[in-house]
Design a protein around this ligand. Structure first.
Ligand code: 16G
Length: 261
């Protein structure tokens, strides 16, 4: 689909879809992230987008600005804007509960894992508390080195309750795909990020020098009923991964009820 078709307001503009600039922002963001709008593809000018979408130029500008700030769109003086080229760094939006496999596929990258650990084990006290395991129960562990294209991106160690993943050996490419097949894919997650410098062993696994910067991420994911389905600790290479969060002011400070641009 070309960008003009994609922007036709009949395809996405809805009375009840929230502020119009946010609706336009979402359409563009989804199309860029899914690859429908390919890296390097020029975007119509602000004036043209306003014409196609029947929105004002101010609204269009408001929709594009966050995409530029998130690095999805680049603006070049004189030659308009374009979908950003894929850089060496990978960006992950922090507001989406996606899997590594999906994140990489969206960027046109092949993902692959090297197994560090896969099976049922005696849980640590921390795993027992977070996953709500009772004594005598085992824990399912999936430890992987995650690669994208030719790069090693992260070390990930996931722990799950044994009834959610009774046979860890069944996980091949994607943990979330396996969970989805049994109706256990998480719908919500909490993530805690902190900066660390890598010890010798982890640095060697990631192919960087000891002491290099990394992001330590702890993800606790939940089923719709609130049960914890996954507790994952990861180390992402600091030089290869950016986590991007979109921030908005709360609705009541956003002039809700007033005119929407
Ligand atoms: C992501 C998640 C991880 C999850 C994995 C599933 C972060 C920091 N972590 O890497 O918690 O287990 O995706 O990926 O985003 P998979 O379905 O490709 O195995």
């Amino acid at each position: 689909m070309n960008v003009r078709e994609l922007l036709q307001p009949a395809r996405w503009l809805s009375e009840h879809g929230g502020p119009r600039y946010q609706q336009l922002q979402r359409v563009l963001e989804n199309a860029i992230e899914s690859g429908e709008l390919a890296p390097g593809m020029p975007l119509p000018s602000e004036r043209e987008i306003a014409e196609i979408t029947t929105l004002s130029r101010v609204t269009v500008r408001k929709a594009i600005r966050p995409l530029v700030e998130a690095g999805l769109v680049v603006q070049r003086r004189g030659s308009g804007s374009a979908v950003a080229q894929r850089g060496a760094r990978v960006e992950q939006m922090l507001s989406r509960l996606t899997s590594f496999t999906e994140d990489m596929a969206r960027r046109g990258l092949q993902s692959r894992s090297t197994w560090l650990e896969r099976g049922l084990f005696t849980p640590s006290p921390e795993e027992m508390v977070v996953l709500g395991l009772s004594s005598g129960e085992q824990v399912a562990r999936i430890g992987r080195l995650r690669h994208a294209g030719n790069e090693t991106m992260a070390i990930e160690r996931a722990s799950l309750p044994p009834d959610i993943l009774p046979d860890p050996g069944r996980v091949e490419k994607s943990l979330y795909e396996t969970l989805g097949q049994n109706g256990n894919r998480p719908v919500r997650a909490l993530q805690r990020l902190s900066a660390v410098s890598l010890g010798g062993k982890d640095a060697a696994l990631l192919g960087v020098s000891p002491g290099a910067a990394a992001l330590h991420i702890e993800r606790t994911s939940y089923l719709p009923g609130g049960r914890v389905v996954e507790y994952t600790r990861s180390l992402y290479r600091g030089d290869a991964y950016d986590f991007v969060a979109e921030l908005r002011i709360p609705d009541h400070e956003n002039g809700i009820g007033g005119p929407v641009t």
